[in-house]
Design a protein around this ligand. Structure first.
Ligand SMILES: O=C(O)CCC(=O)C(=O)O
Ligand SMILES: [Fe+2]
Length: 670
């Protein structure tokens, strides 16, 4: 990718939420430590078990025993009531939990009865959360929870929901001071104010981070059990955890060498849609203090140990730290509707901008940034456009406008806009960097060589592979250059690609490697890609190119993903005798495609693919993201005047910046 994706979240201030809710049978199947919010247990085991375990706490431990998981060795601590903790310390520390815990309680205890009666309610999580908050408040009058409860009591009408609060009070006399009315109010407030925080499924993240071989083999074994998820409820089967585990299975050492076929089978059958099917973890956080904005400056995200308040942008608008009470993806009317239900009105900069009012450039930056984060690219362009209307040489907006086109797969337009941007804001560091990357790679005339390719097709999907495109001597040189550069600098990077980071080194970071690669592009790679895809070799362009290093004892694989490219290539640099496994796995083909040193795999970037695990040794491969710059033709054709008549004479009389923008906008529409 030519740019980093939306800025990596930078935790600036940690504000622990008042309470976490544990969703034992929710769709996301994730458990958090009831005390600190850490994902309970070592990795995914408990989370995986969640769909199949009964909600009432007493049988949780039994259910897990049946699953033959030695959960204690994974650091999970269960309270008999069904609450899960990450450690004994957290269990001991959680005084609020101790208050309403029904673990040591006998069958028929009012608290047990209370839990049993709420577990079927659609808002059971919020009820539990309200109980946790109420308990924390009566336990510690200094706590944030206490202040929050006080607020709820003073400012909220009792909720009419039919929940047996009296039973709870019967079992937890300390709650008597709040009374049924008080508990109702707290609950009502929780429902109104609880903020749903979504984030990437922790399960996926965990699987990704899972490097311990022992854990992996347990995960794999678990993924293969057929009967663990039998669920007698009417709900549709929840197999997302299995899917995640199948992804994890693909990472496992033992199985990929001893029972490769079985692993590949389970991997292929479920992993393709695994990520798409995960519902993100929801942590409900109560946060009355921070004002709402539809393009907030902060977000709350669940981390491994806490829920940090995260600054969304480095260059944020001045003013108070804001959080959004609504999903920022919603249209204005829907947001207002939701806010109304929460008793809030909104007059934030985003609402005003969307209402046609004028908003300062500083605030528009936050509006644009929020739109970019949400993937609302049209909205982002409107906001960048409004900044540029005020100041046509605003570097941030010029860069933002180009970047958004890149993210929308309009790489040709992105290039033109970068050209325009560098002319208007030559000192802007991001624009300069993007232009330098763009200009680094070969573009133009290529050799007319042809290569022997095998086409692997299934269900309308094709991938091409050739065993000899670049010589093995040349490939050995590339490895030497890459390693030499890595040891002379900061080494291999691991965070250049946000969603699926590889251990890699950008080709353009090393002048020698770049020179080597450009010669390969011109002489072999572009002609080869053109040969199989039908693209014009002269119009092929590199979006990004990097040397990836897989190592059986370090990063051995890459999860399923699609690339931001029209075509992608992988070019193995070392001999197959130096490693086992490896190759590019294609979900649609259900096959990992690999080739000899200097060979080439070419595929459409949109195809769902993964880096198959390198199970032994080390594997080097060059990956490049490419596109065919057809827009150049289009631009020339239009500027030639060919379209002026069609445009009724209103077309592109000169190539002023305005006309270029219009032209680009027109091309956008096509
Ligand atoms: O290693 C491979 O074969 C695939 C790498 C890949 O897909 C990527 O880096 O985007
Ligand atoms: Fe990829």
């Amino acid at each position: 990718m030519p740019y980093p994706p939306p800025p990596p979240a930078e935790p600036t201030k940690t504000t622990p939420p008042i309470a976490f809710v544990q969703r034992l049978r929710n769709r996301a199947a994730c458990l958090c430590c009831a005390r600190c919010g850490a994902f309970a247990g070592n990795d995914a085991l408990v989370q995986c078990a969640a769909p199949s375990i009964p909600r009432d706490g007493a049988s949780l431990a039994d259910a897990l025993k049946e699953l033959k998981i030695k959960h204690r060795s994974h650091g999970v601590v269960f309270c008999g009531c069904g609450a899960v903790f990450c450690s004994e310390a957290c269990l001991d520390d959680d005084e609020a939990h101790a208050l309403h815990c029904c673990g040591p309680r006998a069958e028929g205890d009012p608290v047990v009865a209370f839990r049993a009666s709420i577990c079927g309610l659609p808002y059971a999580d919020e009820v539990l959360l309200a109980v946790a908050v109420a308990c924390a408040a009566v336990n510690d009058s200094e706590s944030e929870a206490a202040a929050w409860v006080e607020f709820a009591l003073s400012a909220f009408d009792a909720s009419s929901e039919d929940i047996p609060w009296a039973k709870l009070i019967e079992g937890v006399p300390a709650l008597e001071s709040l009374g049924v009315e008080g508990l109702k109010r707290v609950y009502g407030r929780v429902r109104e104010e609880a903020l749903s925080i979504t984030r990437e499924s922790p399960l996926v993240a965990r699987c990704r981070a899972c490097t311990d071989a022992k854990d992996q083999s347990i995960l794999v074994e678990f993924a293969r059990q057929d009967d663990y998820d039998e669920d007698e409820s009417d709900e549709p089967p929840e197999d997302t955890s299995r899917a995640a585990l199948a992804v994890a299975a693909a990472f496992a050492d033992e199985t990929s060498s001893s029972d490769e076929e079985a692993t590949e089978e389970s991997f292929a059958s479920v992993a393709a849609d695994a990520e798409a099917r995960f519902e993100p973890l929801e942590v409900l956080v109560l946060s009355e203090a921070r004002p709402h904005a539809c393009a907030p400056t902060y977000t709350l995200s669940a981390n491994s140990k806490s829920a940090p308040l995260t600054l969304l942008e480095k260059r944020v608008a001045p003013g108070p730290a804001t959080l959004s009470r609504v999903d920022t993806v919603l249209e204005r009317e829907d947001r207002l509707e939701w806010l109304k239900m929460k008793g809030l009105e909104c007059d934030c900069s985003r609402c005003r901008f969307e209402n046609g009012e004028s908003v300062s450039s500083t605030l528009l930056r936050a509006v644009a940034a929020c739109a970019e984060r949400d993937g609302r690219f049209e909205d982002a362009l409107r906001a960048h456009g409004a900044v540029l209307a005020e100041d046509p040489s605003d570097g941030d907006a010029l860069y933002g406008r180009a970047r958004v086109h890149g993210w929308s797969d309009k790489w040709g337009i992105e290039r033109r806009l970068l050209e325009e941007a560098i002319a208007l804001a030559p000192d802007h560091p991001d624009i300069r960097k993007a232009v330098n990357t763009r200009d680094a790679y070969h573009a133009g005339a290529c050799s007319s060589r042809t290569f022997g390719f095998e086409t692997i097709s299934r269900g309308g999907v094709s991938v091409w592979s050739s065993n000899s495109v670049v010589s093995s001597e040349a490939c050995a040189t590339a490895i030497e250059l890459a390693e030499a550069h890595a040891s002379a600098t900061d080494g291999w990077t691991t965070a250049r690609h946000f969603a699926v980071p590889t251990t890699d080194l950008p080709v353009h970071a090393s002048p020698d490697l770049l020179k080597w690669f450009n010669a390969c592009l011109k002489d072999a790679i572009f002609p080869a890609v053109a040969q199989v895809t039908g693209a014009s070799s002269e119009k092929l362009r590199v979006i990004d190119a990097f040397v990836v290093r897989y190592d059986a004892s370090k990063q051995k694989a890459l999860p399923l993903h699609s690339d931001q490219s029209e075509y992608s290539i992988t070019l193995p640099l070392n001999d197959r005798s130096q490693y086992e496994g490896g190759g590019t796995y294609f979900a649609a083909l259900d096959e990992a495609v690999n080739c000899d040193t200097g060979g080439l795999v070419v595929f459409p970037g949109a195809l769902y693919h993964a880096g198959a695990p390198t199970t032994k040794g080390r594997r080097y491969v060059i990956v490049a993201f490419l596109f065919e710059d057809r827009d150049q033709d289009e631009l020339e054709r239009r500027l030639d005047g060919a379209d002026r008549k069609l445009d009724g004479g209103a077309g592109f009389a000169d190539d002023s910046e305005d006309d270029l923008s219009r032209l680009l906008a027109n091309m956008n529409d096509q």
